[in-house]
Design a protein around this ligand. Structure first.
Ligand code: NA7
Length: 564
């Protein structure tokens, strides 16, 4: 029998996380192999090829910072790069750092099992490989497991069904077709303006309207690109101190939204609207995600913008979100989404008023009407943060699967590791800032941190690293404390797992801010990795987690909280 191929680390996934992890470990002299299901690098940017797909963090920001030459030589053409360009960037990174020779494509990891005698993971794949590695590193992505909704009759549909997260590589031409799109999240907001230009008829089925802000995307002039590159160090340093890990967001208005007089507030909002995107609105006011009254003020401004942009008043009212606060579901960034509804060939169906009854061969039947369609687009999102991990049978100590341990919701320390699964790292796992930040900043922070742990372990000649069991409830309590201070807990969002029937309702990402999180991680490392056990020995994490978060809260918010 052939023995397992041995590595220091097996890395699952060749997206932003897996590529940098491989490069980092190689540089430190570790042996590593990446296993990737697709036939190329790219991760989420490999699969999400729907028309209009692009990043919603500015390209110069949404890119690796680890190599100065890389960031100087790569040319971003647009403020928000389209998917093909981001994919080309990741392909370039793979070539430039000669990564492909250690990536095994078209192979899906099926199982990872911890062997407590050898202190190693055995990783097996659908191609029949078996690898042995001291570390297993999951770069499986937060939005990579597509949600195919369980709508009655879906399989009866006679036309083609497309998933935005699994779009045909050859592209789709909807010319002359009647198209039905289900979902109104980012993927639908980005794709429907382009589909509308091709299709004869486009019907958009909306369960929940989202807050949508214009991208104001543009081709980046050479002088602007040059100026950004010259100040890249500053941009990256700003990102490290930004609550969302982004170097290009507009600075916070130093007065709470609830305290601004009407004229100043309107002027400030117009200034932000002109910049657009998450750039203009994330962290706009210290009370925006903390105080429903602040959120409502901003929401009223957004509602007026929808009324301005959508000509038919009835359609405009249907598009105005209600029942959840702005930001508590991810803000969508658009180019022409609302203007879509001014076209004669586009119709909005409000599923709250007339729910889908079933899908039939000829189209989508609601409680009121059959909407005939030749093609159906499911822009229905992802089983976020845990979906891709759940698909792998991960067995730790005592043979328990991670999915079993997480039956009532993900349990981690720092969103990085789970007790009982030694040497298993989750890059931007649930319980880390991840999807609430610029993903590339969070990925780089985690990759560097994991590499630091592995180097420390090698120096000590240690074999086994895992959280102390007590670290997890403390981390979860801190996560909940942070989330409960915000309006996020009240929304039926994918952050809460609410889009997947039966998924436990837990706020999954860490909302205490990227700098607080990084400081906590760093202090833990400085204290010899307190809260973790190294070969079974460890000190409890005695860090005041809440204090780390509160220390970085804006002064105006603290003052208001004290006054209240
Ligand atoms: P999202 O944001 O999860 O959007 C999915 C949309 O699909 C959302 O409007 C859902 O409504 C809707 N949906 C899901 N299931 C159904 C069913 N069964 N019936 C009707 N409508 C449904 O995914 P995206 O791909 O657009 O964006 C994901 C992230 O990618 C985005 O946040 C960016 O970070 C990039 P709901 O709101 O659940 O009522």
């Amino acid at each position: 029998m052939m023995s397992d191929r041995e590595y220091d680390a097996i890395i699952v996934g060749a997206g932003f996380a897996g590529l940098y992890m491989l490069h980092k470990l190689r540089g430190l002299g570790f042996t590593a192999r990446v296993i990737e299901a697709a036939d190329d690098v790219g991760g989420t940017w490999y699969w999400n090829r729907y028309p209009g797909a692009r990043c919603d963090i500015e390209s110069f920001d949404y890119s690796y910072s680890f190599d100065e030459d890389l960031q100087q030589e790569w040319e971003w053409s647009e403020r928000y790069a389209p998917q093909p360009e981001i994919l080309r960037y990741l392909q370039h990174v793979a070539e430039r750092f000669d990564l492909r020779r250690d990536i095994q494509f078209e192979t899906r990891v099926e199982r990872a099992s911890w062997n407590d005698d050898t202190k190693r993971w055995t990783i097996t794949t659908d191609a029949g490989d078996s690898f042995s590695a001291q570390y297993c590193i999951m770069g499986t992505g937060c939005l990579s497991s597509f949600n195919r909704p369980d709508i009655a009759g879906l399989d009866d549909f006679a036309g083609r069904v497309y998933l935005t997260g699994h779009w045909p590589h050859e592209g789709v031409d909807f010319t002359g077709q009647r198209v039905a799109v289900i979902g109104t999240g980012s993927s639908a907001v980005q794709s429907t303006p382009i589909i509308a230009e091709q299709a004869d008829q486009l019907t958009i089925f909306q369960r929940t309207p989202n807050y949508v802000v214009p991208a104001h995307n543009y081709e980046v002039p050479a002088e602007e690109a040059q100026a950004i590159k010259q100040s890249y160090a500053e941009l990256r340093a700003t990102a490290q101190e930004s609550s969302v890990g982004s170097g290009r967001t507009l600075p916070r208005t130093p007065v709470l939204a609830t305290k601004l007089d009407e004229d100043t507030f309107q002027a400030d909002m117009e200034r932000r609207w002109a910049v657009g995107g998450l750039v203009g609105f994330v962290g706009a006011y210290a009370d925006l995600i903390m105080d429903p009254a602040a959120a409502q003020r901003v929401e009223a401004f957004f509602a007026d913008k929808i009324r301005e942009r959508v000509k038919d008043p009835e359609t405009a009212e249907k598009l105005i979100p209600s029942g959840h606060h702005i930001m508590s579901k991810r803000l969508c960034v658009d180019t022409g989404y609302y203007e879509n509804f001014n076209r004669d060939n586009v119709e909005l169906v409000d599923l709250k008023a007339t729910p889908i009854d079933r899908i039939e061969a000829g189209g989508v039947r609601t409680s009121e009407h059959l909407y005939e369609a030749d093609a159906l687009v499911l822009a229905t999102g992802f089983d976020a943060m845990t979906g891709a991990l759940d698909k792998i049978e991960i067995r730790g100590k005592g043979n328990q699967t991670l999915a079993e341990k997480w039956e009532s919701g993900p349990i981690t320390f720092l969103g990085l590791m789970s007790a009982g699964y030694p040497n298993l790292f989750l890059v931007t796992g649930p319980g880390s800032p991840s999807v609430l930040t610029n993903m590339v900043s969070s990925i780089e922070q985690h990759v560097d941190y994991i590499a630091g742990i592995m180097s420390m372990m090698r120096e000590r000649g240690a074999q086994e690293f895992e959280p102390l069991p007590a670290s997890e409830p403390a981390w979860i309590t801190h996560n909940n404390t942070a989330a409960e201070m915000t309006t996020y807990m009240q929304a039926n969002s994918w952050y809460m797992g609410a889009n997947i029937p039966g998924k436990p309702s837990i706020f999954m990402p860490y909302i205490g801010g990227f700098p607080a999180y990084r400081n906590i991680c760093d202090e833990i490392a400085d204290k010899g990795y307190c809260g973790f056990a190294i070969d079974g020995e460890g000190q409890p994490c005695d860090i005041d987690l809440d204090d780390h978060m509160m220390r970085l809260m804006p002064e105006e918010l603290i003052e208001a909280m004290e006054a209240a």
